[in-house]
Design a protein around this ligand. Structure first.
Ligand SMILES: Nc1ncnc2c1ncn2[C@@H]1O[C@H](COP(=O)(O)OP(=O)(O)O)[C@@H](O)[C@H]1O
Ligand SMILES: [Mg+2]
Length: 394
């Protein structure tokens, strides 16, 4: 049983407040109180015990009402759901800027209020019971480096072999290939999930997922559709990622090769960023540019990036030391070149651990998957010494 959420409804219209009170009182998990904002501007003036949520009907004097709330330090401010007219862009902008959680337009849709409250309650509950959430973002330094191959193989391995609840999110909204790589054809997918991101809860999320035989759930684009990334906001990506992370042990995100507000949103939250490149000067050059850009935008990049040198060959053009020196990073993984097996496995839509369980490429991918999931690598063996000993130990 969840603790009830304390909601204080404040406004200028007795009628609106009363009708909201009636709706809220019918909710089992809501403890509702109300006050009429009569004469004073601070909606929380004189309130001793702060509610979890302030449901605020803003009035003509909205600027002062919001300003009064804004002077409180964030820790002394409840989550605010504002209600008001939709035709005042200044009001909307101001409300969003000061961190108002949601803006509900009048006349109030009561179902919308209940949905917003349920979501807040769910978040409150997860904050109280933190679960180890691990998000791995996979990004390539150059197109065709192998990010999608890695993302699909790492995630299926974690699901089937490590028995984790894993979601693979394909955020390459235009040309995502991870579903195809796994022989899946999503009927509904990430486009719909992003459009509904504000309301998606655990139950709705399941509907957007496509299940793979390994146990993995895939959130990808439906075939032959292209989502225009400018129609998606970083907030939608963030909300969706939050719900996915709450529902799975591990989330792997396959990213497009782009540094924009959407990919940065994911990279900011990722516990680990797997940067995939091959042993070519052009790859190294782009990896360096990419890393420098990330360092400029995000915190703690160097401790979160694992460089995956894909299609690795001992006699390759550029050695590991050179790559590490140029990028200034400590963690790396080596994924050997195995064109024949990779092509066959991809054409069949089969993960490598099924298609070629004892191949060197499979072992190195498995060890990287274990490493990312925080599971000890398999002990012993020449392959382990060759590949996994050089992988990140975090
Ligand atoms: N380790 C590897 N050995 C051989 N071929 C590989 C390997 N990794 C990737 N490839 C080949 O490169 C292609 C592009 O990989 P992909 O994962 O789609 O790259 P990205 O997502 O970075 O654009 C794959 O379809 C596969 O044919
Ligand atoms: Mg890709």
């Amino acid at each position: 049983m969840l603790n009830p959420i304390k909601v204080l409804t404040v406004g200028h219209s007795k009628e609106t407040i009363e009708s909201l009170q009636q709706v809220l009182r019918k909710q089992t998990n809501v403890k509702s109180a109300a006050r009429l904002l009569n004469g004073h501007v601070d909606p929380l003036q004189g309130i001793r015990e702060l509610p979890d949520v302030l449901l605020l009907q803003v009035g003509q004097n909205w600027e002062n009402e919001l300003a009064a709330l804004n002077v409180r330090p964030p820790s002394l401010r409840p989550t605010i759901l504002a209600m008001g007219p939709s035709n005042d862009p200044n009001l909307l902008r101001r409300a969003m800027k000061m961190g108002v959680r949601d803006f509900l337009t009048v006349p109030i849709d009561e179902a919308e209020v209940i949905t917003a409250l349920k979501q807040i309650q769910e978040e409150k509950r997860s904050a109280q019971n933190p679960v180890p959430q691990r998000i791995t973002a996979v990004l390539n330094a150059k197109g065709g480096s192998g990010a999608t191959l890695l993302a699909s193989n790492l995630s299926t391995f974690m699901a089937e072999k490590l028995k984790l609840r894993v979601a693979l999110v394909d955020l390459d909204l235009q040309l995502g290939a991870s579903a195809l790589c796994l022989n899946l054809s999503p009927k509904t997918g990430i486009g719909d999930a992003l459009s509904a991101a504000d309301e998606v809860d655990s139950a709705a999320l399941r509907g957007y997922m496509t299940h793979h035989g390994s146990g993995l759930d895939v959130l990808a684009n439906v075939p032959h559709t292209v989502i225009e990334p400018t129609t998606v906001t970083p907030n939608q990506v963030d909300h969706l990622l939050t719900v996915v992370a709450q529902n799975y042990d591990h989330v792997v995100v396959d990213l497009p090769r782009s540094i924009d507000s959407l990919t940065l949103q994911v990279l900011a939250r990722a516990d680990r960023i797997v940067l995939v490149l091959q042993q070519h000067l052009s790859h190294l050059h782009d990896a360096k540019r990419l890393l420098n850009a990330l360092r400029g935008h995000l915190d703690d990049v160097d401790n979160r990036v694992t460089v995956a040198i894909n299609r690795y060959e001992g006699k390759g053009n550029i050695g590991i030391r050179e790559i590490q020196g140029a990028l200034g990073l400590k963690f790396h993984a080596l994924i050997p070149n195995d064109y024949k097996r990779v092509c066959k496995a991809e054409d069949q839509g089969t993960p490598l651990y099924q298609y070629a369980p004892s191949a060197a490429i499979t072992k190195s991918l498995s060890n990287l998957a274990r490493n990312l999931a925080g599971v000890q690598p398999v002990k012993g063996g020449l392959l382990r010494r060759l590949f996994s000993s050089q992988q990140t130990t975090q």
